[in-house]
Design a protein around this ligand. Structure first.
Ligand SMILES: Cc1cc2nc3c(=O)[nH]c(=O)nc-3n(C[C@H](O)[C@H](O)[C@H](O)COP(=O)(O)OP(=O)(O)OC[C@H]3O[C@@H](n4cnc5c(N)ncnc54)[C@H](O)[C@@H]3O)c2cc1C
Length: 532
């Protein structure tokens, strides 16, 4: 009979791999089971056309928590980060463009040509978010406190946070309390006059969510962004070789620490015996026994597909059914024979301006209307797009002179009112190329090949329940102590020995590694105290 493993990790997404590395460093022997033929989850580089490689889903880093890069020595395992000086270039179809740089002073100079008032206040805006972000940053690496029983460590951490909050000073403290529940459209209107600037910043508050800029609580997205990066706008941080290079480096680090990884190994069932997990069953019927099972799959997949409903308390089951995870994002990846030209960028530094993210969504009303379409069950014909052309900075991805363009499209709802995604895929792809062509008229002539990834593909191919890119909405009611559910935000679950470590846990989605690192810390504690 096969021996019982220490730990089985379901899913080789970046969080599953981060958790595996830390668990192995603590002396355990994790086995990672990944259903696809490659590890990486939504952080993968795949060949979309012979010779053209692209970050198929996520195209910019979260950013990764620096402590994780250091602890896991990812540089030594081949990770090379590319950080252009440009965060984002926002385009209007006709008229102007605006580039936001990592350096607030440079952004202010750019704004000077558009609006002197906005140029003057931009540095204060950036500094404010940087201060508040610094105060919030420790939350990322913290296990959210339990409302029922607070561990001494949790109380200590909260105490430290309270002190940091007091140190913010009255003005910033009030700002933080007031901004969290606000609609991001109101927040940006309090700071700026330029519509293109307002919309570009507000977009970060709605990225990945089923919400428009007028939805309550969307400002919290900017605050969270600031906690991760020290700025509200969101930088552009890439990996040489695409986002897959990040998870490949993680896989190498994991193997070097003694982790075993099996691909093409989808888990069908988590076996539970007397409210304790005992094994997983693979699609081919193989059963693997383990002392603990850690799921990198999203909460709905874990509890509604992999666990038998009879093994869960009906109240918990109902709460998981109510956990909101309806996706609203699609992805278009284009192999291009050359670099598209954007007339609004003509002039100096056009190439540099394309090195960061490219934002389409020039007005707050444009973004809200794009959300309206999704609300009523259709994709937006004029969506919010976050685009990267990674080959501008990384020629290893394409043949010489050619490019890949990665187009994140929001709003494309998982639930369509008319037809289904498989029958509407090409129509959708054509509509999106039309949108892009209004900004880059020569684009159509450059397309060598097109990959359209619908929300249904995100579910079926990449295992994201409801096609939700963050394993569930990141709204205030599904955040921190509420992620995924109140009472279950400490990575443990009602089933003894079963843990969650993916983006459906705190600190949520994005390529940060935070959920995997935090979950591993709790699991190690339980192993050490013989709780499992
Ligand atoms: C289209 C798109 C664009 C995005 N853009 C960005 C971006 O630009 N920047 C950013 O920071 N974030 C972005 N994100 C979000 C980010 O990619 C995710 O938050 C992150 O990948 C979550 O990592 P994870 O390890 O928790 O889960 P995942 O990456 O989802 O990995 C989970 C893994 O579990 C596997 N799995 C699931 N079920 C089973 C099973 N039954 N058996 C075995 N294996 C299983 C899956 O195959 C997958 O490999 C994007 C996501 C998408 C989908």
């Amino acid at each position: 009979m096969a021996k019982t493993r220490d730990i089985v990790i379901i899913g080789g997404g970046h969080n599953g791999l981060v958790a595996a590395c830390y668990l192995a460093k603590a002396g355990l022997k994790p086995l990672v089971l990944e259903r696809r033929e490659i590890v990486g989850g939504a952080s993968v580089t795949e060949e979309i056309h012979p010779g053209f490689r692209c970050s198929t889903l996520a195209h910019a880093a979260g950013p990764l928590l620096p402590q994780i890069v250091k602890d896991l020595e990812l540089g030594q395992h081949g990770l090379e980060t590319i950080t252009p000086e440009v965060c984002v270039t926002a385009l209007e179809a006709q008229g102007r463009s605006l580039t936001i740089y990592n350096d607030p002073g440079r952004t202010a100079s750019e704004l000077q040509q558009i609006c002197a008032k906005d140029a003057k206040i931009y540095s204060e805006f950036a500094a404010t978010f940087s201060r508040i972000g610094r105060m919030l940053a420790p939350l990322l690496a913290m296990t959210p406190p339990s409302i029922e029983e607070s561990a001494p460590g949790a109380i200590w951490n909260l105490g430290k946070l309270g002190v940091a909050f007091r140190r913010l000073g009255k003005k910033d403290a009030f700002r933080l309390l007031r901004w969290g529940p606000m609609a991001v459209a109101d927040l940006v209107a309090e700071w700026f006059e330029t519509e293109l600037l307002r919309a570009t910043i507000a977009a970060r508050g709605i990225f990945g969510t089923f919400a428009g800029p007028w939805s309550a609580g969307t400002s919290s997205g900017l605050l969270w962004q600031a906690a991760m990066e020290g700025q509200a706008v969101g930088s552009a941080s890439f990996m040489k070789g695409g986002m897959g290079a990040f998870t490949q480096a993680l896989a190498k680090a994991a193997c070097a620490s003694g982790v075993e990884i099996r691909t093409g190994a989808g888990v069908e069932r988590i076996r539970v015996n007397q409210a304790k997990t005992s094994a997983v069953v693979l699609a081919n019927g193989e059963e693997i026994t383990a002392r603990a099972v850690v799921s990198n799959a999203d909460p709905r997949t874990t509890f509604l597909k992999l666990v038998d409903p009879l093994d869960l308390d009906p109240d918990f089951l109902l709460k998981i059914r109510n956990y909101r995870a309806v996706g609203t994002v699609a992805k278009i990846n284009l192999a291009l024979s050359g670099l598209p030209s954007f007339p609004t960028l003509s002039g100096v530094n056009a190439y540099t301006r394309l090195s960061g993210r490219i934002h389409i969504g020039p007005e707050i009303d444009y973004l809200e209307r794009a959300f309206d379409a999704a609300k009523y069950g259709d994709y937006s014909p004029a969506p919010y797009m976050d685009i990267t052309i990674p080959s501008v900075m990384d020629q290893s991805l394409t043949p010489s002179g050619a490019h890949v363009m990665s187009v994140y499209v929001q709003f494309a709802p998982y639930n369509l009112k008319h037809g289904d995604w498989n029958s509407r895929r090409e129509e959708f792809g054509n509509a999106m190329v039309n949108v892009l062509s209004t900004y880059a008229p020569n684009l159509r002539d450059l397309i060598v090949s097109r990959q359209v990834i619908t929300p249904l593909d995100l579910e079926q191919t990449y295992g994201l329940s409801g096609g939700h890119i963050f394993h569930g909405e990141q709204s205030l009611d599904q955040f921190f102590t509420f992620r995924p559910l109140i009472g279950w935000a400490q990575y443990r679950t009602p089933i003894k020995g079963l843990y969650l470590c993916g983006a459906g846990t705190h600190p949520g989605g994005g390529l940060t590694g935070g959920p995997g690192a935090n979950a591993s810390r709790e699991i190690i504690k339980d192993f050490k105290s013989s709780r499992i």
